[in-house]
Design a protein. Structure first.
Length: 202
């Protein structure tokens, strides 16, 4: 679940397209200090920036943003959203407090916890690793999502071009496929394969 507090971050006009922008091998993750509860603080001081394997990053975000017990279709839709969000930001780094990075480890971007990968979410990630959800001209764009509400498709997020995490669980339980879930929330987009990228770690 992405938050909005980052301080002063410059806008980026550069546009990247699938095929021209190679699939990331690494992503720079700013690690923020923890709050009193021991959780990474979105407003906390940046301690350092870690260069993380891109696949590992996605695998260690997905179980912290989607419940691993949810249906596979929900997890696979989530895996694509997590990957495309990360990919977009890997192409659009920011500089905050003297640190240049792509994402941080908090809800400012996506919740990342090293070594937190789970078998169910790993399967969802690798099943969809070769797939991208992009604009019709194959522009790589940010797939935003929010928690949403349980037992509902969360129509309000569809109207805002955002995915509801709880909505994916609900729609998957109603028999929707990952593609149908993506199409429900993000209109005017398409699913395609990423050139040179396999479904399993290479």
């Amino acid at each position: 679940m992405m938050g909005a507090w980052l301080g002063n971050v410059p806008a980026h006009a550069q546009t990247y397209y699938l095929g021209a922008a190679g699939f990331p091998s690494t992503i720079r993750v700013a690690i923020r200090e923890n709050n009193a509860s021991g959780e990474p603080d979105p407003r906390g001081r940046i301690i350092y920036v870690s260069n993380v394997n891109f696949d590992e990053y996605c695998r260690c975000v997905l179980p912290n943003e989607w419940f691993p017990s949810w249906p596979l279709a929900s997890l696979e839709a989530g895996a694509i959203a997590v990957k495309m969000f990360a990919w977009y930001h890997q192409l659009h780094p920011v500089t905050v407090d003297g640190f240049t990075f792509d994402v941080d480890n908090t809800v400012n971007f996506q919740t990342y916890r090293a070594e937190s990968q789970q078998d169910q979410t790993d399967s969802a990630y690798y099943n969809t690793r070769s797939l991208a959800y992009v604009k019709p001209d194959k522009e790589i764009f940010e797939l935003n999502y929010r928690a949403g509400y349980q037992d509902s498709p969360n129509w309000q997020y569809r109207n805002a071009q955002k995915m509801a995490q709880w909505g994916t669980q609900y729609l998957a339980s109603q028999g929707m496929t990952p593609l149908q879930i993506l199409e429900f929330y993000y209109t005017g987009r398409m699913l395609t394969t990423i050139p040179g990228v396999g479904s399993v770690n290479q």
